[in-house]
Design a protein around this ligand. Structure first.
Ligand SMILES: [Zn+2]
Length: 59
C-alpha cells in the first residue's frame, strides 16, 4: 500500500454533520460512525503531521 491509497481514503471518508462517515454512506450505503475503520487504518499508517494536515489540523 502506498501513501496515495491512504490519502484516497482520508479524502473520501469525511465526517458528516450527523457524525457518520460520508464515504461509507456514499459508496456502500452504510451508516458508519466517523471515524470508520478505514479512516482508523489510514490514519494509523500516516505520519502524525501528514494526517493532521489532511484533517485540517483537527487531528
Ligand atoms: Zn468510511
Amino acid at each position: 500500500m502506498s501513501h496515495d491509497a491512504e490519502r484516497h481514503i482520508l479524502v473520501g471518508h469525511l465526517l458528516a454533520k450527523d457524525g457518520l462517515c460520508t464515504g461509507c454512506r456514499a459508496w456502500w450505503s452504510r451508516l458508519t460512525p466517523y471515524p470508520c475503520w478505514q479512516v482508523d487504518w489510514a490514519t494509523s499508517r500516516q505520519p502524525r503531521s501528514m494526517t493532521a494536515a489532511l484533517l485540517g489540523g483537527r487531528a
